[in-house]
Ligand binder design. Sequence first.
Ligand code: FES
Ligand code: MG
Length: 571
Amino acid sequence: MATLRSAQWYAGQDRNAYIHRAWMRRGVPGDAFTGRPQIAIANTASDLTPCNAHLNEVAASVRDGVHEAGGIPLDLPVVSLGETQVRPTAMLWRNMAAMATEEMLRANPIDGVVLLGGCDKTIPSLLMAAASVDLPAVVVPGGPMLTGTFRGTPLGCGTDVWRLSEEVRAGTLSQEQFTRSESAMIRSRGHCNTMGTASTMALVAEALGTVVPGVAGTPAPDSRLLEAAHGTGRLAVDMVAVDRRPGAFLTKGSFHNAIVALAAVGGSTNAVVHLLAIAGRLGIDLSLDDFDRIGSRVPVLVDLQPAGRFLMEDFHRAGGLLAVLREARDLLDPEALTVTGEPLVDHLDDASVWDPEVIRTRAEPLVAEGGIAVLRGNLAPDGALIKPAAASPHLLRHRGRAVVFDSIEDFHARVDDPDLDVDADSVLVLRGCGPKGYPGMPEVANMPLPRKLLEQGVRDMVRVCDGRMSGTAYGTVVLHVAPEAAAGGPLALVRTGDVIALDVAARRIDLDVSAGELARRTPDKATVAGFANPGRGWERLYVEHVLQADTGADLDFLIGSSGSAVSRESH
Ligand code: FES
Ligand code: MG
């Protein structure tokens, strides 16, 4: 093993080495500091991130594994984001969590790191940090909840909240029963059990190569998760010994595999911004168009809510990600490596589909062409996304009059107004919801439909927004429009009554207004008033530096890597 990074703190007989060692002693033997890899356990456990609250127990298993392999485990609590609790949106804090974690890994005498995440933004922020500090790093995903049932029916986290709340409005479910379903839905420790962002990011992280193959998707209460955590602790020590850093083993091919996996599992559109941001930290040239080019013809093989029927416990039982990837083996990059040092494809031989209802074969996919389509046009010069598998086929080619809302508050105030001039062919436009405009790019793009249209039986409409949507949602939604309205995007210039043309097959989203007319328009006062204008703190820094969705919505000065070098001593 080459000299450890931590030796810069601990080696030698001088005063500074004395200080670094002495304060760490407290019962620790002296040989803990000589030649033994110092492995941080970057832990997002928090009572306010209930999906990750069990990670302290996972961390204890990682510690055992690190010790066994001769390393020194070190708990490092890091910024944690609870998707359901944090306002105005957890996405606002993803880059802050990534920056804080990166800096603490660099600032401390650490040789490698085990990353413990689960809830939506936690794995992305940890991977962004690990990529920029470029120390040997491996993820243990905290795993999904077990399936809860209510009145004899399985409940999907997120997806079924909307269904049950509509049942209450329809009078088929009492308020008391609705409340009782809360603890049935959230049955156990772990993150959402649908194919929302948390499940998606755990699986995508494994396809990327940053999780021990076969571990992602293991339910949080399953004993095998602790076994995997133990093994991952050992592996982290080995990774330091061979200097297996993200910058060394993650390549464009790794991202290719992540995009194939994202499409094959029918994963969340949020994975696009997260993968773009992680690639940006690594200096890998990944673009929005790569998602369309690589992913849009990959079949959806997984029948999970919200696109399908089952939940993550079923997915794990049916064979998990490796079974899916085995079906899609010919689409994968055979060279892309994993944390084990071996190519991802080398881990597929033993995988099997145990339940072809849950994980389909290539011959019988859930959707023949899954993935995410990237649209461009005069309404989204830098791109926008749509998930065709989650959209209504009859709306994939559509022209309709825009009904424009300047903020989510404006939307809520007017959407159910019986006098709102809207019909089933209208296109709902919501702006001011991009990274800068909100700020933080919240999950509001799948706007609820106007009540009067719901009453007429309308179940889907074309919607256009510069925000994101929950991984548990569906509909004909054009989202992540770039540039956003608040960054000078033409979305700010749309007026109610303008015609918008969507053509997914042609990958177009256009405003049927002449270039000359658009050039003459400026955003209305009310539109600009809807944009965030924070005076201080993180929100100010964020709004001044955040990039657009098409490059991952990272901060401009966080792109790239600083590596792990620290130039100056603290004493
Ligand atoms: Fe944490 Fe869904 S709220 S994963
Ligand atoms: Mg979410």
